[in-house]
Design a protein around this ligand. Structure first.
Ligand code: CA
Ligand code: CA
Ligand code: CA
Length: 319
């Protein structure tokens, strides 16, 4: 029995050794590589491959997004720069006007200095106004176009916020330009641009202080020949302006008379007298032929005088 058991055991061992040798042979014959790996090893390799692929995709997306954000930021920077330029241009132009006028735009009115401007400054103002109007149109259009392009892109939240700020800045620039243009418009209404050489300017009126004395009727005709009329005083300020240009001993004819009806003073444009600056005791209509024509003195006081007397005269015409 014991011999039989020993024979069976030797047979099993031989069988086992044969199987192991066959398995070893098969392993040697099998191709090298992934297929030669065990299932658990294959899964691990596959996982590594997936991770590597994911990393590559992540890097590619990151590069693309970085380029896109860079493009948006560059465009934003340009738009921002444009906005700043518009802002600077507006203030620069406004400063030019302020410098020329010696006034501040925030002031309620224009200072006295602004009342006495001559053509070169007025011409400069026209140029500035043109430039500002041009900037308002061109700068605003360009900025709007850039913003419109940026809005069409997919941009990150930070860029969107910058866009919103940029739009607010554009709005502020436009408001500033509009205010500046309105201010210029107001000033243009005050500042005359077309006074002929030798004429002085007050508000939107040109004045000529004649140097050749004439009777009132001749002075009236000469003035009409120059495209104007003898001065009509419409305000206390205008009367003061006229007086400022009259020498101490001089008087000038005004466009005022009562030759048609004694005591009924009328301006040369047919309007009745409503505001007057008669000297004390005037009008007194003294003399044989009376006094029917008015003069103004260096103190801004009026007197009725004989119309046939030769006096210097003030002619006025609108700009
Ligand atoms: Ca007048
Ligand atoms: Ca009279
Ligand atoms: Ca008199």
């Amino acid at each position: 029995m014991a011999q039989n058991d020993g024979t069976e055991s030797t047979g099993e061992n031989w069988e086992l050794t044969k199987n192991m040798l066959l398995e070893e042979e098969e392993q040697k014959k099998a191709p090298k590589g992934a297929l030669s790996l065990l299932p658990s090893q294959r899964a691990l390799v596959l996982l590594y491959l997936l991770l590597a692929l994911g990393f590559v995709i992540f890097v590619a997306l990151a590069i693309t997004n970085t380029q896109r954000v860079s493009a948006v930021q560059e465009a934003l920077a340009q738009a921002q720069l444009q906005g700043e330029r518009s802002h600077t241009t507006a203030w620069h132009n406004l400063s030019q006007v302020q410098h020329a006028l010696g006034t501040k735009p925030a002031a309620s009115g224009v200072g006295a200095k602004a009342m006495f401007f001559f053509p070169p400054v007025s011409q400069e103002m026209e140029n500035v106004r043109w430039k500002m109007a041009q900037c308002k149109t061109e700068c605003g259009k360009e900025l709007s176009e850039r913003i419109r392009v940026l809005e069409g892109r997919e941009v990150p939240e930070q860029a969107l916020q910058q866009l919103e700020e940029l739009q607010q800045e554009q709005s502020r620039v436009e408001t500033l330009l509009s205010t500046a243009l309105e201010e210029l418009r107001n000033l243009s209404e005050i500042i005359c641009t077309r006074c002929p050489a030798g004429w002085l300017q007050f508000a939107r009126t040109c004045y000529l202080f004649s140097t050749d004395p004439k009777p009132w009727m001749e002075a009236k005709a000469s003035c009409a020949g120059l495209g104007g009329q003898l001065a009509i005083v419409n305000s206390k300020l205008e009367n003061k302006f006229l007086a400022n240009y009259i020498m101490e001993t001089q008087v000038f004819w005004l466009g005022l008379s009562d030759m048609h009806k004694e005591g009924d003073w009328q301006w040369v444009d047919g309007r009745s007298l409503s505001l007057s600056f008669w000297n004390s005791g005037e009008p007194n209509n003294v003399g044989q032929h009376g006094e029917d024509c008015a003069t103004v003195s260096s103190r801004g006081l009026w007197n009725d005088a004989t119309c046939s007397g030769a006096e210097a005269w003030i002619c006025e015409r609108s700009c």
